[in-house]
Design a protein around this ligand. Structure first.
Ligand code: XIL
Length: 408
């Protein structure tokens, strides 16, 4: 399949860099990879999958925290800038670009033989202050915003041309079922910045954003990226996955150059979990449209404190149950991805609870503990689970089952 070939072309360096680990055949079958060969990038490479993380530029550059950088460099085969490629970072002053942090990030990825997911081009959030203010106070009108977005996409994609594997061209463009009106629509809550951004640009901006990105880089894979699209619901007006599916289908039918759907995968154990086959079904339906898929921002957070029950604290007795629930959420998304040959990459949104957006974002009620490693860089149950999933996803660990004959 063409998409598969695209995904593997030009990444032999990453494969070579990943330690594949020798597997010794024995009477009992292949031995599990030795601990030194259990890097996520190495285990994922056995399945042609790229395992990624978002990178916090400050932590990566912090000499006092060397384990952050060494883990990024050693464990992952694809990286996403957590904030450095967002519009607010690239053009803080109108008309003046600051490429320094993003360029340093892309250069580090090249040194480490990592593929880059470009994040993000058309998104209502983390716009520069001057732009948000103009949208809010009405001093920037629809045609002006459209021109600004066209220029932004053209300049940014051209700047990084040839160095980006997947671009998140349009991010979080549609509403959630708890917003007003509750039928899923382009935009967000009535009156919100998300809705104003969509209204000013008009419904065609999604297609245009992909066309502008394609014009600036003919080779990057162009993604629509969103959260809460891991599985289909009832197919009705409140089904966000269905809405995104229909949108992608229309875009494809109209010849818009969209190559993939990114499912962010921000999960919380307080809501339970999906199951593997439901998520696999959603991926299958998306890839049935001829696009690739990827998990782009996976984390699985938990409630860390509950005012009604002080025992439910991050350091409390619930740690084991919570860590297992988190691990199971990672497991479900990863298994589904492994089952689909067009699931190109599995990226976590931060890998250590020491540097995670979760506690700063989900405060009421407080949540945290969503990453693979704990705040002291110790492996959590989630890490051991995804390592096991990757190892068990196929050869050489998984071989035809051998019948046993009774001994005489
Ligand atoms: C988050 C970053 O992790 C934070 O550091 C920042 O303050 C806010 O944005 N969906 C996305 C990401 O597409 O860009 C967001 O990243 C998390 C939700």
């Amino acid at each position: 399949m063409k998409l598969r070939r695209l995904a593997t072309a030009g990444v032999l360096a990453a494969l070579a860099a990943a330690s594949l680990g020798a597997v010794t055949a024995s009477a009992g079958g292949p031995r599990p990879p030795a601990p030194r060969d259990q890097s996520l990038r190495g285990l994922a490479a056995r399945n042609g999958l790229y395992f990624g993380t978002a990178v916090d530029a400050g932590a990566y550059a912090d000499a006092a925290d060397p384990q952050y950088k060494s883990t990024v460099d050693g464990q992952f085969s694809t990286v996403t800038a957590e904030n450095a490629m967002k519009w607010e970072s690239l053009e803080p002053t109108r008309g003046t670009y600051d490429w320094a942090a993003a360029d340093a990030f892309v250069a580090a990825a090249a040194r480490n033989h990592q593929l880059v997911r470009g994040h993000v081009l058309a998104w209502y959030s983390q716009l520069p202050g001057w732009l948000t203010a103009g949208i809010q106070d009405g001093s920037i009108d629809g045609p002006q915003l459209r021109d600004l977005l066209h220029k932004h996409i053209t300049d940014v994609v051209a700047h990084f041309r040839g160095r980006i594997w997947q671009w998140d061209v349009v991010n979080e463009a549609v509403s959630d079922p708890w917003e007003t009106p509750s039928a899923i629509h382009l935009g967000g809550n009535a009156g919100s910045l998300k809705q104003k951004f969509a209204d000013l640009l008009g419904p065609d901006y999604v297609a245009d954003a992909f066309r502008w990105a394609r014009a600036a880089d003919p080779k990057a894979l162009l993604f629509y990226n969103d959260y809460n699209i891991e599985a289909f619901g009832d197919g009705g007006p409140g089904d966000k996955t269905q809405f995104v599916y229909d949108m992608v289908k229309r875009l494809r039918a109209a010849g818009v150059p969209i190559d993939g759907v990114g499912s962010q995968g921000h999960l919380s154990t307080q809501y339970g979990n999906y199951d593997v086959l439901a998520v696999a079904d959603a991926l299958d339906r998306f890839t049935g449209l001829g696009v690739a898929v990827a998990f782009t921002e996976v984390d699985a957070r938990s409630l860390t404190k509950d005012a009604k029950d002080p025992a439910l604290d991050a350091a409390g007795q619930d740690v084991n149950a919570r860590d297992q629930a988190s691990a199971y959420n990672y497991h479900v998304l990863l298994q589904a991805c492994l089952m689909n040959p067009h699931c190109l990459s599995f990226t976590v949104w931060g890998f250590t609870d020491r540097h995670s957006w979760i506690p700063g974002w989900f405060k009421n009620p407080p949540e945290g503990a969503g990453c693979l490693w704990d705040a002291g860089y110790q492996p959590k149950k989630a890490l051991r689970t995804v390592q096991g999933d990757l190892a068990a996803a196929g050869p050489p660990m998984v071989q035809p089952r051998q019948p046993q004959k009774p001994r005489r």
